[in-house]
Design a protein around this ligand. Structure first.
Ligand code: TXA
Ligand code: MG
Length: 358
């Protein structure tokens, strides 16, 4: 049985936080909101509690967890050394959607770090998250609150869809603002390296840090092994096959959609507003589920996982997605879309459509 609490915006929610924290201290798992996605939290220093997170998600044991803290100083006990890069990143971007990889101290259980010498630490900016972590009085180990492989949940209903009955508690704090998971940066390398793009963009990082590298495995090149173990798994994938249209290929989407419909297929489309008007007529007469995002990257990021999950409720035969430019939040959006598509990417080459299938 999962206890459910609705959090109130203009309140400290003291009673609720105390009840949820009591569950954490008893070694149980409680889901909580952050500014990125919902987390599945447990006492990060208690290996048995951490094991329950892996069980609830069906998560592979070799995929380490992030420890969440509610004040900057709390990172000190979790690491043997905070170098100048790590300190600078904390100073500029904490609290916020940035996770730092640092060398781990002896108190971090192997279950959290999955046997690595490093640990991931994050100080979320969401006030409910901060109040919850503070009430617990320990670092909170938390992955995204989805069943392993599914899109991360950005609202309480999506958490319950995956976790009802499997966890002790659920703190409902409404919709997550950013909608994509935090940026993960390795601070143990000479040049800080992005292992997972997210809400803190490459541009924001280089402005503060100068040189910043991006893990080459993020481009989907199988010759490189991702440094964040979680990035190697198939992820965010709806049940239907997804094809991601990139660059000039997007212009061919209306034709491709019309052809699939003519073949009798039910089609899901994920695209921006410009295509929406072109497709309006098809939506009216045919088997087309059109999911459109607003004008900004921020809106697309905020809606992306919800829209991907939505396709599982209707289950079209095929999903066609329009890609975006990779500047700003676009890097994180395209990273998630490519994974959702299982790297089935359509490009336009010498005037004809080309399927790249890594
Ligand atoms: O926004 C977020 O980061 C959310 C919220 C709940 O805070 N959490 C989240 O956790 O996305 P999770 O477990 O779904 O993703 C953590 C990622 C994984 O790809 C994992 O492999 C990587 O961080 N990671 C964790 N510890 C690591 C380490 N020591 N070295 C490299 N990668 C690590
Ligand atoms: Mg996750």
């Amino acid at each position: 049985k999962t206890s459910y609490w609705k959090l109130q915006k203009n309140s400290d929610n003291q009673e609720i936080m105390q009840e949820a924290a009591a569950l954490i201290r008893a070694g149980e798992v409680v889901s909580f909101p952050t500014e990125t996605v919902y987390g599945l939290g447990a006492d990060g220093l208690n290996p048995e509690a951490v094991a329950k997170i892996f069980a609830a998600k069906g998560r592979p044991n070799d995929n380490p967890l992030i420890l969440h803290i509610a004040k900057k100083e709390d990172i000190a006990q979790l690491t043997t050394c905070l170098n100048a890069n790590a300190k600078k990143l904390m100073e500029h971007f904490w609290p916020g959607p940035l996770t730092l990889i640092v060398n781990k101290s002896a108190i971090v259980p192997d279950a959290v770090s999955a046997g690595l010498e490093t640990v991931a630490v994050r100080f979320p900016s969401n006030k409910f998250a901060q109040d919850f972590i503070r009430a617990c009085g320990c670092p909170i180990a938390a992955p995204s609150a989805n069943i392993s492989g599914r899109p991360s949940p950005t609202n309480a209903q999506d958490v319950l869809e995956d976790m009802q009955g499997k966890i002790a508690g659920m703190l409902d704090g409404g919709n997550c603002g950013i909608g994509l998971e935090s940026t993960v940066v390795d601070t143990t390398s000479a040049v800080p390296t992005i292992l997972r793009p997210g809400g803190i963009t490459y541009e924001m990082l280089t402005e503060v840090m100068g040189a910043v590298e991006i893990d080459p495995a993020l481009q989907g090149d199988k010759n490189f092994k991702p440094k964040a173990p979680g990035m190697k798994y198939r992820h965010y994938a709806p049940k239907a096959p997804v094809y991601l249209f990139e660059g000039e290929a997007c212009k061919c989407l209306p034709q491709v959609i019309a052809k699939a419909l003519a073949e009798g297929k039910t089609v899901g489309v994920l695209c921006g507003h410009e295509l929406e008007s072109e497709l309006a007529e098809l939506v009216e007469k045919q088997q087309l589920q059109l999911s459109c995002w607003g004008d900004s990257r921020e809106q697309l990021a905020a809606d992306l996982f919800y829209l991907l999950r939505d396709f599982d409720r209707t289950c079209p035969d095929v999903i066609l997605a329009e890609g975006v430019e990779e500047d700003g939040l676009g890097l994180a959006i395209m990273n998630r879309l490519r994974k959702a598509a299982g790297y089935q990417i359509i490009t336009l080459e010498n005037g004809s459509l080309h399927l790249k299938n890594n």
